[in-house]
Each structure stands twice: as structure tokens, then as C-alpha cells.
Design a protein around this ligand. Structure first.
Ligand code: B12
Ligand code: SF4
Length: 485
């Protein structure tokens, strides 16, 4: 059976990201005996034409559509990607009789709602390696309906959570085998790697446990290290980013993985998408340095007890400061991430977080998101309904946001404008849409500037100066913009 995997993501902000999830699906299908192709639409100038060409040339009998992002999650400049996805799935339906399934992070958050919007029948919630093979092997799609992760448009709107998850080592992604990684490496010479899946925490707003599950599932450190070694050999990449939910949890796994990396003497550098201040020790940080970690995102989201509590972060101000003290003395460049405007955010909590940001050392940067995307099936969703921000019937397919009622968005902006001692070290989510950023990344790669490129944010901010989001009024999109549907 011929199966075409289509990666629909074309977002370039803050950077193009190689479709490792879609590659994982393609590899799983190929291992299961399907004649598989992957079409990555990321850099396609005319994606619709490209899809039509592929349908004509390959005549797939099965199509697996990967949807990474539903929207950009930006309260100050919301964009939904779903109309683009709908255009692609519409073309597929009009020009092919292939069996279709959709999956990916965006789909996992709201599978049933996504099927309704796209007018399709089958989706996968969570990881798809085994589900996708079962779906295409089944005599008819209905025969796969009971398989873990498979969701039908006919199933109840608030479909039950996925109960069974796989061992994440059953298939390796072999990114280089499916994706033209060189195109991505031009924008920053870093490739994504996943060490584990899942998150056992329960933060108010978070979707990760719907995408990856509510408990940690660890990959064998030697398998991950071998994967990195193969990527080095096949692509020449020398820097890798761990895209795990929280890199330094659960206790012991990060240590085992880093020890293995040291043992292999890979001569590579590593970045980390996200780590937690919780429980971080000096010993762990020095192990991270020894293993070649040069940059990491850390996600306290606030530096005030009241907001940390309401976001259910599971740690308080003292832990944030303690982690900062340890990390300030390290060589690792840190990107401190904050979600501003959550429940109980007020003048006092903003001032506390500002105080923390102002003390960030010059090697580090802060990343600020104002307003929090409300996702279905989260504590934030329940809270928004209780507070009357949303009607219970709202599907949340199109972006909707929580913003504290104790401050207006523009009052917060003014506080930040006046309170930041050096706003050049702060990256605002909205500013990552700056159109020339791609060209700057390209130049950075050509000049062989050391990554991460976010560490040059002060230069970008200098260039943007008066055009930064901090310099214009914050209205925010507190209600859903129906024109986007
Ligand atoms: C790491 C990360 C980043 C890093 C990426 C670094 C890198 N080098 O890749 C950075 C910080 C750059 C980033 C940026 C963004 N991100 Co991000 N990111 C993530 C994160 C934590 C992991 C993604 C990942 O690589 N997973 C590993 C791969 C292997 O897993 P996967 O893609 O999910 O694939 C599996 C399954 O989904 C499934 N699957 C995938 N495709 C298919 C297809 C079919 C048919 C089937 C059956 C199954 C299937 O099987 C796969 C294998 O198990 C996720 C959250 C999460 N836990 O998923 C958010 C997440 C994907 N990001 C999100 C968003 C919004 C963004 C941004 C738009 C934010 C912004 N405005 O800047 C940008 C977009 C960037 C871009 N160009 O697309 C959202 C998307 C949901 C939404 N709101 O629409 C997520 C889910 C976080 C959230 N808020 O809930 N991100
Ligand atoms: S925000 Fe981070 S720590 Fe909290 S549940 Fe989500 S992935 Fe886990």
C-alpha cells in the first residue's frame, strides 16, 4: 500500500522547525511494510500545487496528515494555521480517494473538533507510530476504531483521554532519511531530538499531557545517543536540541542520558527547549556543562508566589531564585520564559517578576508571552468558564486567551516599558514575527555564529527599536475573532 505523509507546518517564526514527528510516522509506516513518502510543505512556495503534483505522481492509497501547530498562541497577534490546513485537506479530498488520517500536536489537543472543522473522519490523539500502521492495515477504517489513540468523528465530542501509550523506542525517527534537513540547518545549525515523552506535572494551562501522556516514558539513553551519532554522520550537524517537555525531570533520567553522551564522546553541543527550576542542583548543572549543553530554555513562567500558585507550577519564588543562583554561575546561556497575565496577576506580581528579569545576567535573555492561550481539557479552560470568559460551548479551535482582570493589557505593557532596566535583553513572542528574522538567521549561519541565535536578541531589538510590540498599545484578542473561521 502506498502511503503519503504530509507535514503541513509552514511556520517560519521564531524559526522553521524540522518535522521530526512526521518523520517518526513515516519511518513507522515504512517499517510496517508500507511504500511511504514524506511531503514536507515547509518551504514550498505553492503548497497546493505541490500536493496536487504528489497525488498525481504517487497515487497514494493512504494519506497521513501531520498538523503541528493549530495557531501561534499569541494574544497580541493571534494567527490560526487551520485555514491553510483546510485548504490542503480539501485538495486531497477533491483529488484522491485515499484513506485519510490526521495527527500531530495540534490534532492531539482537540482531535474531534479538528475533524469537524476539516470535514474529515479519522484522527490520532498522541503518538502515532503504532496507531497509523494499524489504521492503514485495517480492512476498513472502522476496524481500527478501538486502537489506542484512534479517534473517529462519530466518537463523543469530549472523547476520553488516551489510556495506552507505547514504548517510545519501538521506532527511531531517522529524520535525515525523510526530511531535507540541510534546508533547516541554514536557519540555525541545530536539529531536534526527543529523549522522553510525557509530563507528570499538571500546570493549569498545559496541553503536553494530552499530546504525550501524563507520565514519563523514557527512551533508552544509548538509543538516543546512537540516534544523535547517526545524525552527526549523515547530516554533519553538530548541535542538537532536546525537545522534551521538561528536560530535568524525572529525577535521574537527565543524568543517565548525559552520562551516556559523555561516554560516547560525541563532540557535539546541545540545547534544551525547556527545563524546570524545580529541584535543580549544582551537580546537575555541572554535568550538563560537561556533556556539552551550551544553552537552555527554563520555564518558571513567573517569579511571584501568587501567580506560580495559580498556574499550578508546583514550585515557588524561592525555587526560582535558587535555580537562578546556580545557573548564573554556569556557562550555560539561559532563556528565562515567562507567561504574563495569568490568574491573580496584578501590579504586585508583575513587579516581582520584573525584579527577577532585571537581575538576569548578561549571558542570558528573557522570553515574554503576554496572555495565555486557553486550550480545551485544561484547568485554564475550566477556570475561564467559571469566570464567565468563555461560554461552555466554545470549541477553542480558534485561539482564545486568558488575561487577568486585575490589569488591562496596556497597563501591563506600561509597567514593563517603565520597569525593565534593559528591554533589549527581553524577547517578546510577538516580535519573533519580524519578517527579516529568517534572513538574519541565514546570515548568522553563513557567518558560523555560535548558536543559539536567540542569544543575539539584543541586536535584533536594537534594529527593531520603536517597532517593537512594547512600543505600541496592547489591546489583546480577548475574544475569538470570528472572521478567522
Ligand atoms: C520543542 C517545541 C518547540 C521548539 C522547537 C524546537 C525544535 N528545534 O524543533 C520551539 C520553541 C522553537 C517551538 C516553537 C513553536 N511552537 Co512549539 N512546541 C515544542 C514541543 C514542546 C515539542 C514538539 C516536538 O518536537 N515534539 C517531538 C515530536 C517527535 O513529537 P510530535 O511532533 O508531537 O509527533 C508525534 C505525535 O504528535 C504524532 N504525530 C505527529 N504527526 C502525526 C501525523 C499523523 C497522521 C499521526 C497519526 C500522528 C502524528 O506522532 C509523533 C511521534 O510520536 C511542543 C509541545 C509538545 N509536547 O508536543 C510545542 C508545540 C508543538 N508548540 C506549539 C506552538 C504554538 C509553537 C509556536 C507556534 C509558538 C510561537 N508562536 O512561536 C512555534 C512554531 C514554530 C514552527 N516553526 O512551527 C504548540 C502547538 C499547538 C498550538 N497551539 O497550535 C505546542 C503543542 C505547545 C503548546 N502550546 O501546547 N516549539
Ligand atoms: S507546563 Fe511543563 S511542567 Fe507543566 S505540565 Fe506542561 S510540560 Fe509539564
Amino acid at each position: 500500500m502506498r502511503v503519503l505523509v504530509i507535514s503541513t507546518n509552514r511556520e517560519m517564526s521564531p524559526q522553521p522547525v524540522a518535522p521530526v514527528g512526521a518523520a517518526w510516522i513515516a519511518e513507522a509506516l515504512s517499517q510496517a511494510g508500507f511504500n511511504t513518502r514524506l511531503l514536507d510543505l515547509s518551504f514550498e512556495k505553492y503548497p497546493a500545487r505541490r500536493v496536487l503534483k504528489e497525488l498525481a505522481e504517487f497515487s497514494p492509497e493512504g494519506i497521513a496528515v501531520s498538523v503541528r501547530n493549530a495557531d501561534n498562541g499569541d494574544f497580541l497577534n493571534p494567527r490560526s494555521f487551520l485555514p491553510e490546513v483546510k485548504e490542503i485537506t480539501g485538495i486531497i479530498r477533491d483529488n484522491s480517494s485515499a484513506r485519510i488520517i490526521i495527527g500531530g500536536p495540534g490534532v492531539s489537543i482537540m482531535p474531534r473538533e479538528m475533524l469537524d472543522y476539516l470535514g474529515l473522519d479519522w484522527a490520532c490523539m498522541g503518538e502515532g507510530e503504532e496507531a497509523v500502521a494499524a489504521f492503514f492495515k485495517a480492512g476498513k477504517p472502522e476496524d481500527a476504531a478501538g486502537f489506542p489513540g484512534i479517534v473517529s468523528r462519530k466518537s463523543p465530542r469530549h472523547c476520553a483521554e488516551r489510556r495506552q501509550w507505547i514504548k517510545p523506542d519501538t521506532v527511531r525517527p531517522r529524520l535525515h532519511g525523510w526530511v531535507d534537513v540541510k534546508r533547516y540547518l541554514k536557519f540555525e545549525p541545530v536539529l531536534p531530538v526527543q529523549g522522553k515523552r510525557g509530563c507528570a506535572n499538571n500546570c493549569l494551562y498545559c496541553t503536553y499531557n494530552r499530546i504525550e501522556g501524563r507520565f514519563w516514558r523514557l527512551r533508552d539513553p544509548s538509543v538516543v545517543t546512537e540516534e544523535i551519532s547517526e545524525l552527526i554522520f549523515r547530516t554533519g550537524a553538530r548541535t542538537f536540541e532536546f525537545v522534551d517537555s521538561i528536560f530535568n525531570q524525572p529525577e535521574g533520567y537527565m543524568e543517565a542520558l548525559l552520562e551516556e553522551i559523555i561516554r560516547w564522546d560525541l563532540k557535539a553541543k546541545f540545547h534544551v527547549s525547556s527545563m524546570s527550576p524545580k529541584g535543580l542542583t549544582k551537580k546537575q548543572v555541572s554535568l550538563m556543562e560537561r556533556a556539552g549543553i551550551t544553552a537552555a530554555g527554563i520555564t518558571p513562567e513567573a517569579a511571584a508566589d501568587e501567580t506560580l500558585g495559580s498556574l499550578r507550577k508546583g514550585f515557588g519564588e524561592p525555587e526560582v531564585y535558587r535555580a537562578a543562583e546556580i545557573l548564573n554561575g554556569s556557562s550555560i546561556k539561559m532563556l528565562w520564559c515567562f507567561l504574563m497575565g495569568g490568574p491573580k496577576e496584578d501590579e504586585t506580581t508583575v513587579k516581582k517578576t520584573l525584579k527577577f528579569i532585571n537581575a538576569i545576567p548578561s549571558k542570558d535573555k528573557a522570553f515574554l508571552t503576554a496572555g495565555i492561550r486557553i486550550y480545551p481539557h485544561t484547568g485554564m479552560h475550566e477556570l475561564a468558564i467559571r469566570e464567565g470568559i468563555l461560554p461552555p460551548s466554545e470549541t477553542l479551535l480558534m485561539p482564545s486567551f486568558y488575561f487577568t482582570d486585575r490589569l488591562s493589557p496596556d497597563e501591563m505593557r506600561k509597567m514593563l516599558e517603565e520597569g525593565l532596566s534593559d528591554s533589549r535583553k527581553v524577547i517578546f513572542l510577538t516580535d519573533t514575527n519580524f519578517p527579516s528574522l529568517g534572513a538574519l538567521r541565514w546570515i548568522g549561519t553563513k557567518l558560523k555564529l555560535p548558536s543559539p541565535f536567540w542569544s543575539y536578541a539584543n541586536y535584533m531589538n536594537l534594529m527593531l527599536s520603536g517597532r517593537r510590540v512594547i512600543n505600541r498599545e496592547w489591546r489583546g484578542a480577548n475574544s475569538i475573532d470570528n472572521s478567522r473561521r
